[in-house]
Design a protein around this ligand. Structure first.
Ligand code: SAH
Ligand code: SF4
Length: 446
């Protein structure tokens, strides 16, 4: 979602004359779009700011200005502290208030013009009444064949380990029509695959004004978007198990364009820990959903998120997680050591798990997950699967694209096949990618 937000910020600043530069020393403005989900991500902010400060200093010596802005969830959570610790930061904007950047820049320009001096950085982290989406300009030229489209933001679930409800704010769904229009614009500009985004994307409940304010679920929205003819593939991320509903499951059964791949984080395989986490689902419920989805769409594959070393997690709880993984069999997964986050209930618990135990558990879990990932990738060898080619590969004459299961697939193919779905016979698989041969005659004319 930060990728999506960063692109929107660039779009917002375009009418003011800004363009993207790859060279920080050239920049009139640097926006650091930050993540707060785990401590590691947040810590990076200060080291990055230190680096950016040097560019600002060099420009100042040349009588030029560089505006430094910090955006994203760390800005939202620690804005005051950032301004205190890094006095050279000019602007702090939160994930729901970055649409105000143009006004903020005008304010900075005015201050500089009347020589009020640098002053204190501007802090813009209130959750505004208005939705930022009503203020964002049309998406500019998308970067490629596949694009993100944010449809839902924020979260009301308050898992005890998580900062999202505090940093992204309350759950909000964009109206159906605005999502549809944005999707059409992306497709007109050559996008073939859209990934719908939301912190809890399947909690989507957007209004459809054409139906006198009807409220639509994610499944219904996907059904509607699938009617856009030139759109080839639809994905969505991230789903919460407790929000999975029949329309979502049926969408996987009925809509060919919806990829048979679902990221469904469970976090732990122990019901005791899930309860402590305030996750609102059990392992039995989770596996039941998996079964239903597998019956609806037999070729569907799953990925998930896991946290190891949640406060109070015993060896037995951890073994339960390994058992759950064996039972479900994931195509890929993300796994993390529990990271205490300021202000969350779990960070205040006494029975924190030692770093050593977390490290050991993470290694064991990851080795099992990697085994499953390799096995899944290898299971595709000898099969012909549809690949949406996105760009040139590593070698001349080679393209790289994505399988329905989001794997990177390399194959020799003509450049004009970029943006096309092509059947590829998979011949080789590693943990991270697949290699194959294009099944049509197209490959002859490289
Ligand atoms: N809404 C999604 C997840 C969003 S956060 C869901 O409920 O499943 C993305 C992932 O970051 C989470 O699934 C979790 O595995 C991880 N995460 C969040 N807070 C964390 C923390 N404090 N420590 C470690 N991992 C965390
Ligand atoms: Fe965080 Fe997801 Fe839980 Fe919401 S549902 S609090 S985003 S982990």
């Amino acid at each position: 979602m930060n990728v999506y937000d960063s692109e929107r910020m660039a779009d917002l600043l375009k009418p003011l004359g800004f363009t993207i530069t790859e060279l920080p020393e050239d920049a009139d403005m640097v926006i650091l779009n930050t993540c707060h989900i785990r401590e590691k991500a947040s810590e990076k902010v200060y080291s990055e700011l230190g680096r950016i400060r040097e560019y600002k200093e060099a420009k100042r010596l040349n009588n030029q200005n560089m505006v430094i802005a910090v955006a994203g969830c760390t800005a939202q959570a620690e804005g005051e502290e950032i301004l205190r610790r890094a006095k050279y930061v000019d602007v702090i904007v939160g994930p729901q208030s970055y649409h105000r950047l143009p006004q903020i820049l005008a304010e900075i320009e005015r201050k500089t013009a009347v020589e009020e001096g640098p002053g204190r950085g501007i802090l813009e982290i209130d959750f505004p009444e208005e939705s930022k989406f009503d203020f964002l300009p049309e998406t500019s030229e998308p970067q490629g064949i596949s694009a993100f489209l944010s449809i839902q933001e924020g979260c009301d679930k308050f898992c005890h380990f998580c900062v999202v409800p505090y940093t992204r704010g309350a759950e909000y769904s964009r109206p159906v029509e605005t999502v549809y229009e944005e999707a059409c614009r992306l497709v007109e500009k050559g996008v073939q695959e859209i990934t719908l985004l939301g912190q809890n994307v399947n909690a989507y409940h957007g209004t459809f004004s054409g139906g006198e304010g009807e409220v639509w679920t994610l499944g219904r929205l996907i059904q509607y978007l699938s009617k856009i003819q030139a759109l080839k593939r639809i994905r969505y991320v991230t789903s919460h198990p407790a929000d999975v509903n029949e329309e979502q499951i049926n969408a996987h059964r009925d809509i060919e364009k919806l990829m048979p791949y679902l990221h469904l984080p469970i976090q732990s395989g122990s019901d005791r820990i899930l309860k402590l986490m305030n996750r609102k689902h059990t392992t039995a419920y989770y596996t039941e959903i998996i079964e239903k989805l597998r019956s609806a769409r037999p070729d569907i594959a799953f990925s998930s998120d896991f946290i190891v070393g949640y406060p109070g997690e015993t060896d037995k709880d951890f073994e339960d997680t390994l058992e759950l993984v064996k039972k479900v069999n994931f195509a890929s997964a993300f796994s993390f050591k529990y990271s205490p986050r300021p202000g969350t209930p779990a960070s205040m618990l006494d029975d924190q798990v030692s770093e050593e135990v977390k490290t050991e558990r993470l290694a064991r879990l990851q080795s099992l997950l990697f085994e499953q990932q390799i096995a899944f990738n290898q299971s595709l060898i000898g099969k012909s699967i549809s690949i949406l080619f996105e760009k040139q590969g590593r070698h001349p004459g080679q393209l790289v694209g994505r399988s329905p299961y989001l794997q990177s697939v390399y194959a020799e193919a003509a450049t004009r096949l970029i943006g096309q779905c092509v059947d590829v016979l998979i011949t080789h698989a590693t943990q991270n990618s697949l290699t194959g041969t294009v099944m049509t005659q197209e490959k002859i004319t490289i």
